[in-house]
Write a protein that binds this ligand. Structure first.
Ligand code: OTU
Length: 646
């Protein structure tokens, strides 16, 4: 066997690249290939062994060159600029916003008309939920893609998407789009051809002649949707085979042990990137590589696959970065950012699920003790990578509290997980939350929670009760939680509607396609009427929106909020108060405090010294400037403060 070598390819590809891209860009393409070549070849050999042939390398590099050639002049310019400004996503100015297009504004064509609103909020990064053509009927919110080259016709056309990208770029904003690589819809052309007997297409999916092997896998496979889509395999009578379907029966898992699948998906990836996408949100990446006897998540191959995609995309479109959607135990997260024994470029950005879970945990228990331990356990993203930090998203909340962290905090993991599920589904006396259960699994006792941030923070309940005092507290709680999201290292990502405390969608069950999936309770249509109240002084919307604007402005105020500032979670000495510091090597330091308790709390000013701060200003806070009195810093109930100093 001849192993593939980039050097063997260099001469012929150089000729092709120059003729396709011109002398300068052709040379740049080759330079990128030389640079990313080792990562690519290493990953391909790890994935495919003897099947990692020179022909495979030639094929995928050919796709990269075709992709680079297809990029329009504006995107090529973007590539040039970001080859220099290659860590733009670490900037303190970055603020993200995630939304479904239809729920936000109907169609893509209408979207540019709402960019003023997003800019008012300081948004620089817009994540549009799945918009490629899904299967008809139920489509898991678009996560069952029937065609990666077309848009959902209800949202618009490819040209509309390109226009949105251009409109965003003109305003200095970035576009993030979903790419589902773990599975396609059963209606995708590859799957249809597989059913029709095309052997090559069949090899793109994980199928079995009968249930024997699937049953062996099932022994160690957890269920993602135990309630609505039990098991991970589906009989396909039309094909006479059993198909691996981790999620719903009509979401067919791809077989990445076949290099043909990898190369084919890379082509789809490039076609999406070339519409003007800056960040590809790679969905469900932990699931792409299956190993018998394991939970088939976070496997070595799943990481190698991302590394191979990463290297190739760097060669094709250097301005495009990857965001990993890996909702996995904290200790398994850093590898998605390339954090292995030796660093390997993988994804630049990853969801910080642990922070999200811990924010809700601390809000329910009024206690930051567990959070401190859990956050420390996550570790530090490798240089040049970062988190998206978020309070809510389109999905449910899985109560990812590790038994070890719980034990270290002196509580029982299972009991705390149950408490959180009960608290947020309003089954706990004294709860302020109005969430609902998601995917109760009687076998494991596991239950997750759906609901909008405002509902989980107590705003919906207080409004129902007409309780002004409770409402004021709930608003403070929501803003407190977002203050941590904004101060923690990474890109804060606002879930649509949170900025105006949008309530749960009371009508989520009206749509029969959604009725079995409670996540739709936190996917309400945007209310532009409610949004206008953000300018009515004293309204709920104004109180939340203006606070988020202040947090945004404070973020932009200094280097300590850059994602590459060092973060340390401190022991605040007061279990109600979370304290962490950010220190940027250019000198700026920041101490962030968040009081999850309902009562006034104080902490020692030793925290300032521990943060290396000798004198400070309050950059932003819930209740005006913070002062040191008798060696203590005081925060009102549900108050927060960012203290910047040197
Ligand atoms: C993702 O979530 C999407 O965010 C969901 O909306 C989709 O339904 C799903 O993929 C399938 O495409 O299990 O409960 O570790 O947690 O991929 C949500 C990652 C999910 C998984 C995640 C998945």
């Amino acid at each position: 066997m001849t192993a593939p070598r980039i050097e063997n390819l260099t001469e012929s590809i150089a000729v092709d690249a120059v003729s396709a891209l011109g002398e300068l860009e052709g040379a740049a393409f080759c330079a990128r290939l030389a640079r990313a070549g080792d990562d690519l070849v290493e990953a391909l050999i790890a994935l495919y062994g003897a099947q990692a042939t020179p022909a495979l390398l030639e094929r995928v590099v050919g796709v990269a060159l075709a992709g680079a050639t297809a990029r329009c002049p504006a995107l090529r310019l973007r590539d040039r600029l970001r080859e220099v400004d290659d860590d733009w996503y670490l900037g303190a100015c970055q603020i993200g916003y995630a939304t479904y297009v239809d729920r936000f504004c109907g169609t893509l064509a209408a979207l540019p008309g709402h960019l003023d609103y997003l800019q008012e909020l300081g948004v620089t990064y817009l994540h549009l939920m799945p918009l490629l053509r899904p299967r008809e009927g139920e489509s898991d919110g678009g996560y069952a893609v029937a065609d990666y080259r077309e848009l959902d016709p209800r949202l618009g056309t490819i040209a509309d998407l390109e226009a949105v990208a251009a409109a965003l770029h003109e305003r200095g904003m970035n576009l993030c789009v979903d790419l589902v690589i773990n599975h396609t819809a059963a209606e995708h052309a590859w799957a249809r051809a597989a059913v029709a007997g095309d052997r090559r297409m069949r090899a793109r999916y994980l199928t079995f002649p009968d249930r024997t092997v699937p049953d062996l896998y099932e022994r160690t496979l957890p269920e993602v949707f135990p309630d609505t889509a039990p098991g991970s395999f589906t009989d396909e009578p039309a094909m006479g085979r059993v198909v691996w379907t981790t999620f719903n029966t009509w979401q067919w898992d791809l077989d990445y042990t076949s290099p043909d699948t990898f190369a084919a998906m890379f082509e789809e990836m490039v076609s999406v990137a070339n519409r003007g996408v800056d960040v590809l949100r790679l969905d469900a990446v932990p699931f792409t590589w299956k190993v018998m006897g394991t939970d088939c998540q976070n496997q070595y191959g799943a990481h190698r696959l991302l590394q191979a995609f990463r290297a190739l995309m760097r060669v094709t479109a250097p301005s495009v970065v990857f965001k990993a959607e890996a909702i996995v135990p904290a200790k398994l997260l850093l590898p998605y950012l390339g954090g292995h024994d030796a660093f390997r470029p993988e994804c630049e950005i990853a969801y910080n699920n642990q922070l999200m879970v811990m924010l809700w945990s601390a809000a329910a228990s009024r206690d930051a003790n567990l959070m401190v331990r859990a956050l420390r356990g996550v570790g530090t993203p490798p240089l040049g990578t970062t988190w998206v930090n978020y309070l809510r998203c389109h999905d449910d909340i899985g109560w990812a509290v590790s038994d070890d962290d719980a034990a270290a905090a002196g509580i029982d993991g299972a009991a705390h997980r149950r408490f959180l599920a009960d608290f947020y589904a309003d089954r706990f006396t004294g709860s302020h939350a109005k969430g609902v259960d998601f995917q109760h699994n009687p076998e494991t006792g596991d239950v997750r929670t759906s609901g909008m941030a405002a509902a989980l923070a107590g705003i919906d309940q207080a409004r129902i009760d007409g309780d002004e005092l409770a409402l004021a507290g709930a608003i403070r709680r929501l803003v407190l939680l977002y203050s941590v999201v904004y101060a923690y290292g990474g890109i804060p990502l606002i879930w649509m509607g949170d900025e105006i405390a949008l309530a749960n969608d009371a009508r989520w069950q009206d749509d029969p396609l959604h009725a079995a999936d409670s996540r739709w309770i936190n996917r309400p249509p945007m209310s532009w009427e409610v949004a206008t109240r953000r300018s009515v002084s004293g309204s709920v919307e104004e109180r939340v929106f203006s606070a988020m604007r202040r947090l945004g402005a404070a973020r932009r105020s200094g280097d300590a909020l850059r994602a590459d500032a060092t973060l340390a979670v401190l022991d605040s000495g007061n279990r109600h108060v979370l304290a962490f510091t950010r220190h940027h090597r250019r000198g700026q330091r920041l101490l962030a405090l968040a009081n999850f308790g309902d009562e006034r709390q104080s902490v020692s000013d030793d925290l300032l010294r521990a943060s290396g701060i000798t004198s400070f200003v309050t950059v932003v806070s819930a209740d005006g400037p913070v002062r040191v009195v008798d060696g203590r810093l005081t925060l009102d109930g549900l108050g927060y403060a960012w203290l910047a100093g040197a």
